[in-house]
Design a protein around this ligand. Sequence first.
Ligand code: UD1
Length: 331
Amino acid sequence: MLITGAAGFIGGHVAEVFRRAGHEVTGFDLRPATDVIAGDVRDRRALDRPLRGVDLVVHQAAKVGLGVDVADLPDYASVNVHGTAVLLAAMARHGVGALVLASSMVVYGEGAYDCAEHGRVRPGPRAVQDLERGRFEPRCPRCGATVDSATIGEDAPPDPRNAYATTKLAQEHLTANWARETGGAAVALRYHNVYGPRMPRDTPYSGVAAIFRSAVERGTAPRVFEDGRQRRDFVHVRDVAEANLAAARAGEPGRLVAYNVASGVPHTVGELAAVLAAERGGPEPVVTGEYRLGDVRHIVASPERARAGLGFRASVGFAEGMREFSTAPLG
Ligand code: UD1
């Protein structure tokens, strides 16, 4: 089997889990590393050697994060969309019939909410005036009332809100096209907020766990945006790697099936900051009230389909995982 992005944070853990399960793993990545063939997924010729004799591809290579500004758009589209298209065409040439795709919960956009009056709703982007006034909770798109965040399932219509999210959804669609055309079996794993050892240090493209972890290591206070009550599902990278292994056996010919990969136990960004600061005995987090236009408020996912279809259940709890992460080596 072939893992693209094998020298990356999640790809590296995926490679370890597959090797431990007895798979013969070939890695492919832009960055040179042990047991990794160096190359770019957009380069059709570079894929010929790594795809030879392979029966499964686990596609983790991608440009990640929220991005800095619209100047990033061409890069996201090129690496994530064009790169996946080139890979799928190469897989078809080599007769590779199975794919596990690293997708993301960001394809949902703002999560699902319940309005007392209108039931289940999907609010649009939050108004800048609301964010400026510190009104961070989305409102009912029909009556403007406050709504309660609800659990989102895989069949919810996607609503990508930034370049990264848009390209992850495009990857899912291209993969579904490939499955239908070739009879290949595809599984899309919609990762929630992955964290754990070897997570890259903070950059403008890092997730919040890496940013807070780097802050507490420097002895500075984590800076919590909005009011800190926004919810996410933090899932440990070893659990994510196990979900990939389970997905390798779960594909159905001619189809793409998507699964949330989540712990099923959401926490607030404020709690994340507090636990990491406390573990390092560092300064208390600062709640800044800042906001980013591409951010959504809450994403709370149902882990049920992954439980039923993949037999996947996250095994690392928040307290235990964060204790390890607070001092684990970063990438
Ligand atoms: C993150 C990833 C996304 C990935 C998804 C699922 C990034 C930038 N986002 O999305 O690529 O697909 O998880 O794994 O990598 N925040 C702060 N302080 C900070 C930075 C962020 O409070 O210094 C807040 C944000 O305002 C937001 C929350 O933390 O409310 C999460 O931010 P972030 O991890 O960047 O993005 P996600 O939308 O969760």
